[in-house]
Design a protein around this ligand. Structure first.
Ligand SMILES: [Zn+2]
Ligand SMILES: [Zn+2]
Length: 255
C-alpha cells in the first residue's frame, strides 16, 4: 500500500492554507510548496527524492529551506527530479549564491546535499518500490504531470495545467489508474484569467473530465483560499463526468 500525505493543496496561503506538497510514503515529495513546513525535522531528514512539476514558486518555495534544514545531518543527497528546463530555472534563479547557496556543491561537489536528475515526458524513475513516470502537462512554463505506480494501482497528479489531448492520451493508457488529482485554480468569474495563466476553472475542468477513464476517483486541488467553496460549488453544479471531490490538506490517501 502506498500513502500520499497531503501537506498542502491550496492555490495560495493565508490562515492554515499551504501550497502544493505531497509526501509519498516517507521518502518522496511531489512538489515542495509551503506544505513542507508541516514536516518535523526527523521527517525532513527522511526525504530523499523530490519530483517537481514545474518551477513556479508555489511548488518550489520550501525546497531551498528543506535542504538547509538538514545540512550536516544528511548522509545522502536529496535528488530533485524535474524536466531540464525546470532544473535550469532553479540553477539560474534560486541556487545561484544570491537567492540561496548552490547546494549541488555543498559541502563538496563530490558529496553534495543536492543532485538534479532530469526526467523527460514518458520516462520512468523507479524509486523506493514506486515507478514515477513523467506525463505531458501544458502550462505557462515547462511543466510535467506525474504518474505514481506501485505496480498494483496508479495515481496521477496533473500539476498546474489546462489539460489537453497529450495529457489525456497518456492518462488513458494507464491500465491500473485509480486516482487523479487535478487542479482547478480559478473560479468561473476568473475564466479569462485562468485561460491566460493556463490553469483550469470549473467549466474547462468539466470539459476536460469528459476524457477521464471510467471508475477513476477525481480529487480537486489548487483552489484559491478566497474562493475555494465557490469554485467547488461551481464544479459540482456542472455535474462533471467523473466522481469528484475536493482534496483536503492533512488527509492521507492510500492506494
Ligand atoms: Zn504554475
Ligand atoms: Zn501552482
Amino acid at each position: 500500500m502506498t500513502s500520499l500525505r497531503v501537506l498542502g493543496c491550496s492555490g495560495g496561503i493565508g490562515g492554515a492554507h499551504h501550497t502544493t506538497a505531497f509526501l509519498l510514503n516517507q521518502t518522496i515529495l511531489l512538489d515542495a510548496g509551503t506544505g513542507v513546513a508541516d514536516l518535523s525535522s526527523r521527517e525532513l531528514l527522511q526525504i530523499e527524492h523530490v519530483f517537481l512539476t514545474h518551477a513556479h514558486l508555489d511548488h518550489i518555495a520550501y525546497l531551498p529551506l528543506l535542504l538547509d534544514a538538514t545540512l550536516g545531518a544528511r548522509k545522502r543527497p536529496v535528488i530533485v527530479h524535474a524536466c531540464a528546463a525546470t532544473i535550469q530555472m532553479l540553477k539560474t534563479h534560486i541556487f545561484n549564491w544570491h537567492i540561496w547557496p548552490d547546494f549541488s556543491v555543498i559541502p563538496s561537489a563530490e558529496q553534495p546535499l543536492l543532485r538534479f536528475a532530469a526526467i523527460e515526458v514518458g520516462q520512468t524513475h523507479c524509486v523506493d518500490a514506486l515507478a514515477i513516470t513523467a506525463l505531458p502537462a501544458e502550462h505557462t512554463i515547462a511543466a510535467l504531470a506525474f504518474q505514481v505506480s506501485n505496480f498494483t494501482a496508479s495515481l496521477v497528479f496533473s500539476g498546474d495545467t489546462i489539460g489537453g489531448a497529450a495529457f489525456w492520451r497518456a492518462v488513458n493508457q494507464i491500465e491500473n489508474l485509480k486516482i487523479l488529482i487535478i487542479e482547478t485554480a480559478f473560479a468561473e468569474s476568473n475564466a479569462k484569467l485562468a485561460q491566460l495563466a493556463k490553469h483550469l476553472c470549473p467549466s474547462t475542468l468539466a470539459a476536460e473530465l469528459r476524457s477521464v477513464p471510467a471508475g477513476v476517483e477525481v480529487l480537486i486541488t489548487h483552489l484559491k483560499p478566497s474562493e475555494d467553496q465557490q469554485t467547488m460549488a461551481e464544479i459540482l453544479a456542472l455535474q462533471p463526468a467523473a466522481a469528484v471531490r475536493r482534496l483536503i490538506q492533512g488527509e492521507t490517501i492510500c492506494f
